[in-house]
Design a protein around this ligand. Structure first.
Ligand code: PLP
Length: 350
């Protein structure tokens, strides 16, 4: 089998996993009600209520940016502020959509090791201005698993949400890789969300193995008031909804999402092990989900790219991000590690 040089570029680069694909095919029948009034959407919502052990309100949108921006728009108005990590997707990768859909909420970025927020840092940012001339902090948004492949455990979450409550902030979780975080932490989805004080979550399965569509899940259902209108208003209500939600059913039924997430996480562990003993490789952050971050010398990166390997660097920092997915194969890891070893030799003139 030939080497997949794109294997570590992004979990968004992976195809649709077999469980989701077969469910889509099953849903491809003659006619079904549109705009989410179909049986697949109903079933997917039922699975989510079981998985989260709560009577949640669920809305499906096309992607993670829409899920985050619309979820935040249910918490904040234009004169509010959202506290988030400075490397959070809502800060760095959503082109101002959260600001746009909230009507102008300012996002206040906090520093923190491994892309994780800490309550002292959140408190410092919240307290630095409380006057009329600065937007009023109204929401805390945290990412689980984080942008750097780390996770918050239940105690860390509780500390953050307690801090949020004290300062009058509602809590949003960006769960684009929530499945990876759940299987890594060993805690239940409920323990990692509403039982720890989370009000609303963007839950993504696209990176795990579907083709399109993310869910906004309200644990505090009062916040979901008119959210169906917000989705439609934003152009985020799918007419053929069953082609989003049937794929969700394929992954949610029989807890298959857990196996798929575990496989992606295991591949990341395997990749980390395979490259960590190469002299000169520096691994960054704990590998707790499906990403490995490493620091390679510039010359080594150039050799790897010239060999055809595609992977991304952290903007302005140059550290390399290696993502795994359900489709990452052990032979890709073996090939990458072998090429990396050679790249170090070549860069060192041996
Ligand atoms: C990928 C990702 C999203 C969703 O991005 P879209 O491209 O809008 O689907 C959201 N948050 C995080 C942390 C992500 O990695």
């Amino acid at each position: 089998m030939s080497v997949d040089y794109n294997a570590f570029a992004s979990d968004n680069g992976a195809g649709i996993c077999p469980d989701a694909w077969s469910a889509l095919e099953e849903a491809n029948t003659a006619h079904a009600p549109s705009y989410g009034d179909d049986a697949y959407t109903d079933t997917a919502c039922g699975y989510l209520r079981e998985i989260f052990e709560a009577d949640v309100d669920v809305f499906f949108v096309f992607n993670g940016t829409a899920a985050n921006a619309l979820a935040l728009s249910a918490l904040c108005q234009g004169h509010h502020a959202v506290v988030a990590h400075e490397k959070a997707h809502i800060v760095t990768d959503e082109c101002g959509a959260p600001e746009f859909f909230t009507g102008g909420s300012k996002i206040l970025g906090c520093p923190g090791e491994g892309a994780k927020l800490s309550s002292p840092e959140v408190e410092r940012v919240v307290k630095q201005r409380r006057d009329l001339h600065f937007p009023k902090p109204r929401a805390l948004s945290l990412t689980q698993a984080t942008e750097f492949g780390t996770i918050y455990d239940v105690e860390e979450l509780k500390e953050l949400t307690a801090c949020a409550r004290i300062h009058g902030l509602r809590v949003h979780v960006d769960g684009a890789r929530f499945a990876n975080a759940v299987v890594s932490s060993g805690a239940t989805p409920a323990d990692l969300t509403w039982r720890a004080g989370v009000d609303v979550m963007s839950f993504g399965l696209t990176k795990l193995g579907t083709g399109v569509g993310e869910a906004v899940i309200f644990f505090d259902r009062a916040l979901a008031d008119e959210f169906d209108y917000r989705c439609k208003h934003a152009g985020q209500l799918a007419s053929k909804m069953r082609f989003i939600t049937s794929a969700w059913c394929g992954l949610l039924r029989e807890d298959r999402w857990r196996g798929v997430a575990r496989q992606a996480n295991d591949r990341a562990q395997s990749l980390r092990q395979s490259i960590s003993d190469i002299p000169g490789v520096e691994i960054l952050f704990p590998t707790e989900a499906n990403a490995v971050f490493a620091r390679f010398p510039q010359a080594v990166k150039e050799v790897m790219h010239a060999r055809g390997w595609h992977f991304y660097e952290l903007a302005g920092v140059g550290d390399s991000r290696l993502m795994c997915s359900w489709a990452t194969r052990e032979e890709d890891i073996t090939a990458f590690a072998a090429d990396l070893r050679l790249a170090f030799d070549e860069a060192n003139g041996r």
